[in-house]
Design a protein around this ligand. Structure first.
Ligand code: PMP
Length: 404
């Protein structure tokens, strides 16, 4: 698709047509969650009108149908991230559950007293706290890669932290608080050279660029559907087949077993081994529809559109006195975090809201990153495929009102 088509994409998202506080809505909070296109909303409606049942293959027509849709969605996700096999795709609630799944199972199977997990100083709490819990249980510890004043991941410091006790590296692909794109390929290469597996938090990456887990060669990759135009409550853990075969189950229950007696239980093969209980078929169907939608537009085109908007917004916020951008890495995702002298992030967000501008204000579940920059929070504008220059202009106009 060419750039001109992007101006029409806003119309695919019915919610964006509503007025907020009497104003046109400038929705600049897609890093928190994206709005949903008609196509996804329709897929959900169709699922409940025509296909809903629980997934127990071979029991009855609708059950087969729901099972087929669920497994087709798995194959759709496989293709989206270019995994080698569909059984490397585990459906979960979201990034948070994906990381908890790995931290809990890897922790039980592989972490011992004195071992170390390496994370970075820009991680979301969901890529810190699960590892702390796992470390606490095993008597292991966290090592933290520092970040530069511009928000860059300090690769040389990372290399120094990899040692004989390192058991796993868990870093974000794109920082939700700063926008930094981390050098994931080099991180994986360096960790693998030391025999250390890598988990990447892709929550802020997948909606903005094509992700190829085989090219990245990461061991685990986690993301949430709701930041990718899909419903809440569905997400993905990609795990290399060797790891999913080797790690123990996360939760026990129905759908994840081959046989149960009171003496012992035989688990099903991955990915079902990790999907205890009734699955989120509706969510998987919605996610598949969302992937069809974004791939029809083209991930590269989406990335270019958002990068151009970020450049425009970064230049224009320079017009606002006392505004400081937090996170100025060379390579950034579609995120612009900032503070305004003399105002809290909350105050900035409240004034913007009155102008119909939706941004996130606060610590973005990344308190260590905020403290690194000496702030308790920032206002954060984040961009998606449906945003345009008019949204940025509305933001700038509202920021002038903050100053007044
Ligand atoms: N990691 C990052 C980088 C995020 O931005 C988020 C969402 N803000 C998460 C993890 C957690 O995602 P979820 O709440 O969808 O589980």
């Amino acid at each position: 698709m060419t750039g001109t088509h992007f101006s029409r994409l806003r119309d695919d998202f019915p919610l964006l047509a509503r007025l907020v506080r009497g104003r046109r809505l400038a929705y600049l909070d897609s890093a928190a969650t994206t709005q949903k296109p008609n196509e996804v909303i329709e897929a959900l409606r169709r699922y409940y009108l025509e296909d809903n049942a629980n997934t127990h293959r071979g029991v009855h027509f609708l059950s087969d149908r729901a099972t087929d849709l669920y497994e087709a969605a798995r194959e759709r996700v496989r293709r989206f991230v270019n995994a080698a096999r569909a059984d490397e795709i585990v459906f979960v609630r979201g990034t948070t559950e994906a990381i908890n799944l790995v931290a809990a199972t890897f922790g039980r199977a592989c972490l011992r007293v004195g071992d170390e997990i390496v994370v970075s100083a820009m991680e979301h709490h969901s890529n810190i706290v699960p590892w702390q819990i796992a470390c606490e249980q095993a008597g292991a510890g966290l090592r933290v890669v520092p970040i530069g004043d511009d928000g860059e991941f300090l690769f040389e410091e990372f290399e120094k932290l990899i040692g004989p006790r390192t058991r796993l590296v868990a870093v974000t692909h794109v920082s939700n608080a700063l926008g930094t794109v981390t050098p994931v390929r080099r991180i994986v290469e360096r960790a693998h050279a030391a025999g250390v597996p890598v988990l990447l938090d892709g929550a802020q990456a997948v909606a903005h660029a094509a992700v190829d887990v085989q090219a990245l060669d990461c061991d685990f990759y986690a993301f949430s559907g709701h930041k990718l135009y899909a419903p809440m409550g569905i997400g993905v853990l990609y795990g290399k087949a060797e790891w999913l075969a080797r790690l123990p189950p996360y939760q026990g229950g129905g759908h994840m077993i081959r046989d149960v007696t009171f003496e012992r239980t035989e688990y099903d093969a991955p990915p079902r081994k990790y999907e205890a209980g009734t699955p989120n078929v509706e969510g998987a169907v919605g996610l598949a529809a969302a992937l069809d939608y974004v791939e029809r537009i083209g991930m590269a085109a989406i990335g270019e559109h958002e990068a151009a908007l970020l450049d425009y917004a970064t230049a224009r916020v320079g017009e606002i006195d006392g505004l400081r951008v937090i996170g100025t890495a060379r390579e950034k995702g579609a995120i612009l975090s900032f503070v305004v002298d003399g105002f809290t992030a909350q105050e900035v967000g409240t004034v913007l809201d009155r102008h119909g501008v939706a941004v996130r204000s606060g610590h973005h579940c990344a308190l260590p990153a905020m403290r690194r920059f000496g702030v308790e929070g920032t206002a954060r504008a984040s961009f998606a495929l449906y945003n345009n220059r008019e949204d940025v202009d509305q933001l700038i106009e509202a920021l002038r009102a903050v100053r007044r």
